[in-house]
Design a binder for this molecule. Structure first.
Ligand code: OTU
Length: 643
């Protein structure tokens, strides 16, 4: 059956197999999304079946699972599905605000998280990303990114009842719960890996396994390395299998073989079961790596996108209130595809959200270089996102800041790129700067290291002694957050940043963490800082108060919704970032000074090419009118609107 072929007969046959009680709920959604799903999965897996009938039988089984998920979907979630189906842009609005933390480090366990809802509400959070909380591998587990069971909670953190209770309490508070869904790999003690080790051929083929180094060596010639120091190479020898297993990340994280349709079906079913527990958004981890192809980096392959598109169709059918968020730490040019496209008849829906990781990294480059040129390239390389999708904008996360994604923007000659990014990396590890981060691993000493460290440590709080230094540190932190609030996307606050929390060195004493310096910026919630949050004489308070000033302003500015237009302006000073949001009739103009100097700008000149007057602006943050010549203090930002 080709795309143009009618899937109606298939649909009729399928409906006869689904519980009649669900037809009213699922019928129209199936009619809408089945043609795409049928075709996408046929492109991916059609050749694995002896004929089209066999493929259709497999797809029927998959959709029966989706049908069961619909039948079992709790009523409040059905209500949510319906509401969101009539307001498909709900997550792109200017009121959206994310918060990201580890359940244990934030609040002990899932029950503890519930007790911290008032903190989230004080900030105006509408989306809570709890880092991995599913049952993880025993022993080292990459902060939970090695999952042993998709249907169980990590016992330290609670149980399924706690998760359901938490998601319900969050929903009542207007907060959507986001869970990681680690779909690229499972832990080596996940039942599938255990069965494979015991010789079960069915489960052995859930993984990529090679009897000798011939194929791995071939692949390795083109592959990168994520953890070159602590987990070099992309294959690990597994004695029980007498084979080399594909392990992109740690040796105990076994990449799943998505060329096997059973893997796709099982993972899709696991996602839908979790959705029925009240998880409203999934952070799809490491999406770039889902498909391997010899002779390539095995990242961003078309099939990886097809897997995500098929998941999207399934979610639209079985749990349309749920969001998918792509985590793909890749070059700017590769990012937009994760949001799908609007190309007319070929338009494809993929993830609702995707991390704008190169904007994040570029904003730190701008701060280090006191020059926005590189970031302007990232802006220029970011097309308007398709309808019903949004960037996830952020300043920090639980991983290192990877500078290498910026290679295309960093220069033309390899040595220049290398030197430039290495300089930024050294800047943030403190060489001649206010920053107090550290380098993350890289595979050769000449290569560029990523950077670890809390945002407050990187912006200068840890090295500030005088009031002026503290003021500058605060301005830098707020400038980066301000940009993430205004760029056009859902901004995410990383736990601790709202209280200017600095690095946590304790990981060096914890054997399971000591080798992975990302733990430097995964601190434990600090009650003392929290108690200072309204104090004007503590860093925690001044930052918290300032954020609590910016955030309500943001919620009142419809120009800042993700779907609104964005246009970069050319300022006559490279340290200044200037861009318009919203319509020409009622725009918001963001001005940010990434340098330590104060800079004057001529408003008429700035807007000359845009048919917008230079006169008649007011700063939404200070409520002060703006003169024709506007002065931006060191690291300051203005959010200008028409009077
Ligand atoms: C993701 O990250 C997670 O965010 C990491 O915490 C996990 O360790 C990893 O997957 C394995 O599950 O490249 O796009 O610091 O940027 O590991 C996937 C390196 C990734 C991370 C990288 C990352």
């Amino acid at each position: 059956m080709s795309a143009a072929t009618n899937t109606a007969p298939f649909l009729t046959a399928l409906l006869s197999k689904l519980a009649p009680g669900t037809h009213a709920r699922i019928g129209a959604r199936l009619a809408k999304h089945l043609p795409d799903l049928y075709q996408t999965l046929q492109t991916l897996y059609g050749n694995q079946f002896s004929n089209e009938q066999a493929y259709a039988t497999w797809l029927t089984e998959l959709l029966q699972v989706a049908g069961e998920a619909v039948a079992a979907r709790p009523l409040p979630l059905q209500v949510l599905d319906d509401a969101r189906s009539t307001d498909k842009n709900w997550f792109t609005k200017e009121n959206m605000l994310g918060y990201c933390c580890y359940a244990d480090r934030f609040a002990g366990d899932l029950r503890g998280v519930q007790k911290r809802i008032p903190h989230l509400q004080e900030l105006g959070v509408t989306y809570l990303h709890l880092l991995p909380f599913l049952k993880a591998r025993t022993g080292e587990n990459d902060g939970g990114f090695a999952v042993a069971d998709f249907d169980a909670i990590e016992p330290r953190l609670g149980n399924m009842a706690d998760l359901e209770e938490l998601s319900t309490a969050l929903r009542a508070a207007g907060i959507s719960l986001c869970s990681d869904f680690i779909l690229n790999h499972v832990a080596d003690d996940h039942p599938w890996a255990v069965a494979a080790k015991q010789g079960d051929p069915h489960y052995r083929d859930y993984f990529y396994h090679y009897p000798d180094r011939t194929i791995p060596d071939n692949f390795e010639q083109h592959l990168g390395q994520v953890f070159p120091q602590v987990a070099p190479g992309n294959f690990s020898f597994v004695p029980e299998l007498q084979a080399w297993v594909w392990t992109t990340f740690y040796p105990y994280q076994w990449d799943l073989n998505y060329s096997n349709p059973k893997v796709f079906a099982d993972m899709a079913a696991a996602l839908l079961r979790l959705a029925n527990r009240g998880v409203e958004a999934f952070r799809l981890d490491s999406t770039a790596f889902l498909w391997k192809r010899a002779g390539t980096k095995s990242m961003n392959q078309p099939e990886a996108h097809q897997i995500l598109q098929a998941l999207r169709s399934l979610v639209e059918i079985a749990a349309p209130g749920v969001l998918l968020k792509a985590e793909a730490i890749v070059e700017t040019a590769e990012l937009p595809a994760y949001l799908g496209n609007n190309d007319g008849a070929n338009s494809k829906q993929e993830c609702h959200l995707a991390y704008h990781s190169s904007l994040m990294a570029a904003s730190w480059v701008a701060l280090a270089e006191q020059d926005t040129s590189l970031m302007r390239h990232v802006f220029a390389g970011t097309p308007a996102q398709p309808e019903q999708s949004s960037w996830l904008t952020y300043v920090r996360c639980h991983d290192d800041i990877g500078w290498n994604v910026l290679r295309p923007e960093a220069g033309l000659k390899t040595e220049d790129v290398q030197q430039r990014l290495a300089r930024v990396s050294r800047f943030y590890s403190g060489e001649g700067s206010y920053a107090r981060g550290a380098s993350f691993q890289a595979n050769d000493p000449a290569a560029v290291h990523g950077t670890v460290g809390m945002a407050a440590a990187l912006t200068g709080f840890s090295s500030a002694h005088t009031a002026t230094e503290k003021h500058l540190a605060r301005q830098r932190l707020l400038l980066l957050y301000g940009l993430s609030f205004c760029f056009g996307g859902m901004p995410l606050i990383y736990m601790g940043d709202e209280l200017a929390q600095i690095n946590d060195e304790a990981y060096r004493q914890v054997p399971a963490q000591a080798a992975d310096s990302r733990w430097l910026h995964r601190p434990v919630w600090d009650d003392e800082l929290y108690a200072q949050r309204h104090s004007g004489s503590h860093d925690a308070g001044t930052v918290f108060n300032a954020l609590c000033h910016l955030l309500p302003q943001r919620r009142q500015l419809p120009q800042l919704a993700a779907q609104e237009a964005r246009q970069l302006l050319k300022a006559n000073n490279p340290a200044v970032l200037a861009f318009l949001r919203g319509s020409v009739d009622d725009p918001l103009l963001f001005l940010g000074n990434f340098s330590e100097h104060s800079i004057s700008l001529d408003m008429v000149e700035l807007l000359a090419d845009h048919d917008i007057p230079g006169r008649g602006w007011v700063d939404q943050l200070s409520k002060l009118d703006v003169d024709l010549t506007v002065t931006l203090q060191a690291y300051s930002q203005l959010w200008l609107v028409r009077k």
